[in-house]
Design a protein around this ligand. Structure first.
Ligand code: ADP
Length: 553
């Protein structure tokens, strides 16, 4: 009876095919992982190990299919010869996983593989390590183990134990995420290696057949490779989506190539080849795209995380700055108020008449301390606004009364600056009976005084006029301060309500400004659900500031 290799292939059971195909794709899985970073030592050794496992699985399937044929004598030798490589390649995979680059890689290779290569010479003498015995009367036979089989087992088991010892050591030494990786890997190794050893090495010895071989293989070797792959992906931060896409496409390509071998005719072969080529090209394009897209997504995620961290940090800094400002401002303002108070009393003659020269100096002290107080108040307001601690007490406010009161004070400032100053309130007959709004009296006073102050400050000569009127429908109160001062460009108008912003060049001439007054004013008006805005025909053409508030019905 002549049996060809094809007859044996035909003999392969469905379970056999599962083993061959499963271990083939497990090797492909590792090839894809390796492909992500071809410089990585561990994935290189794992790929090699997965290839040996594939060969070993195929050899065992071949062995099973050869039972009852003359090939069985060779099949058993091939099987055990290949199986002998499993332990050393596994040892190297684990070693690469748990160790840095070895200083003497070749020496290590020689020490690990050397003994096996010498031992494997005895495979040429059937029966010394392993053999097969046909039994009379039965279609099947049994594996027989020779004198050197004990050395063969000793070699394999020793390497696995050494590998496990390396892993345990590494696990104990490592910390953080690497320790987790080692832990997961160690558990996987111990469980799957025990199953694999029991199934593939010890069960044939005790049962004298290969019936349980597949358990060791399918429940031991393959899960070990697959789970280690996932552990590797997880802890090396490889992208599982890229790997899944590549694996999926590779499987499709292999299936298409396999299809070529079963083409029914030449035309069929041509069509299938064409389809395969198109799919290979388009899928390499697809993989490239997936990679690029994922990379840019990862980059964006990283940037977002960075931004988030930075913004958190900035928030903390900003809060600290506000706290500091608030404390510092309090400490500065109190003594300044005392200075201003006493200089005012001096000027008013509370301590008797003072000579003109002294009066002039005291006046300067008075104005300067006033400026400083405004500035500090602005700083304090900023820190209150930013920390959300600005308190408002809303009640009915008579804007007309407020503006007239204020005008009295402001007139003195305008006089001192040699500016004409006027206040005009629309006749109540036109505007309706009152100018009452619901608001915070002190805060609104602060806004109007700031606007009038600014007009006086930024007007070298000419006049400052204040108007108060109602909108035509009577629903709004409109406050307007108009001056013939330095004016503003459109660009300036666009930014003056922002924090710390002043017109370009203005700080050289008007040194005492901070650029905070209008920001604070805008915040206050916002809380009153009103509007504040500025108008100017341009630089040197004067400015007009408006505030619009809801009139109480
Ligand atoms: P400060 O007056 O302390 O600089 P403000 O917030 O009150 O801060 O004003 C911001 C800027 O707006 C001023 O620096 C100035 O450039 C411009 N500005 C404000 N009021 C006037 C005005 N009446 N005429 C011209 N420019 C003005």
């Amino acid at each position: 009876m002549s049996v060809s290799i094809f007859d044996i292939i035909n003999n392969v059971s469905p379970a056999g095919w599962v083993i061959v195909i499963g271990s083939f794709f497990t090797a492909v899985f590792w090839a894809v992982i390796f492909w992500q970073d071809i410089k990585n030592r561990s994935s290189k050794f794992f790929l090699f190990f997965s290839f040996v496992v594939f060969m070993w699985g195929s050899a065992s399937v071949f062995f099973n299919a050869s039972i009852g044929t003359p090939f069985i004598y060779n099949a058993v030798t091939i099987l055990y010869f290949i199986a002998g490589f499993v332990a050393p390649t596994l040892f190297f995979a684990i070693d690469a996983f748990s160790n840095k680059e070895s200083r003497h890689p070749f020496k290590k290779f020689a020490i690990v593989f050397g003994p096996y290569l010498i031992l494997s010479l005895w495979f040429f003498k059937p029966g010394f390590i392993v053999g097969y015995e046909r039994l009379a009367g039965v279609t099947d036979g049994r594996i027989v183990f020779g004198e050197l089989f004990a050395i063969y087992i000793f070699y394999s088991v020793t390497l696995m134990v050494l590998g496990a010892r390396n892993l345990i050591k590494k696990y104990q030494e490592s910390a953080g995420i690497f320790r987790h990786e080692m832990r997961d890997f160690l558990i996987t190794f111990i469980v799957t290696a025990s199953v694999a050893l029991a199934g593939t090495l010890f069960s044939p010895i005790f049962t004298k057949n290969q019936d349980y071989f597949w358990i060791g293989y399918i429940a031991g070797a393959l899960p070990f490779l697959i789970i280690s792959g996932f552990i590797f992906i997880k802890y090396s931060f490889l992208n599982i989506k890229v790997i899944a896409t590549e694996l999926f496409i590779t499987i499709i390509v292999f299936v298409l190539i396999a299809e070529l071998f079963i083409a029914s005719s030449f035309t069929d072969l041509l069509i299938k080849t064409g389809v395969t080529i198109i799919i290979i090209f388009s899928s390499s394009f697809l993989i490239g795209n997936v990679r690029r897209e994922i990379q840019s997504k990862e980059k964006i995620t990283r940037l977002l995380l960075d931004l988030d961290r930075i913004s958190q940090r900035l928030k903390v800094l900003d809060k600290k700055k506000s706290e500091f400002l608030s404390i510092a401002s309090h400490h500065l303002r109190d003594p300044l108020t005392v200075i201003k108070g006493y200089s005012s009393m001096l000027l008013e003659g509370s301590f008797g008449d003072i000579p003109q020269a002294v009066k002039e100096s005291v006046e300067k002290i008075y104005t300067s301390s006033g400026h400083l107080i405004t500035m500090i108040s602005d700083f304090m307001d900023i820190s209150r606004i930013e920390s959300g601690n600005m308190k408002y007490v809303f009640a009915d406010v008579d804007i007309k009364k407020l503006v007239i009161d204020l005008a009295d004070e402001m007139k003195q400032n305008a006089d001192r600056a040699h500016l004409a100053f006027s206040v005009e309130v629309e006749d109540e007959a036109v505007s309706g009976e009152h100018f009452i709004t619901v608001g915070d009296d002190g805060k609104l006073r602060q806004v109007f005084s700031n606007l009038i102050d600014n007009s006086i400050k930024y007007t070298p000569s000419g006049k400052v006029s204040v108007f108060l009127k109602k909108s035509t429908d009577g629903k709004k109160i409109i406050f307007n301060v108009y001056d013939t001062g330095i004016g503003m460009s459109e660009d300036t108008i666009g930014k003056i309500f922002k924090k710390f912003s002043r017109a370009e060049g203005v700080s050289k001439v008007y040194t005492e400004g901070t650029g905070l007054g209008l920001y604070v004013a805008a915040e206050i008006i916002k809380k009153h659900e009103g509007r504040i805005w500025a108008e100017s025909k341009g630089e040197g053409q004067g400015s007009s500031f408006f505030v619009e508030l809801e009139a109480k019905k």
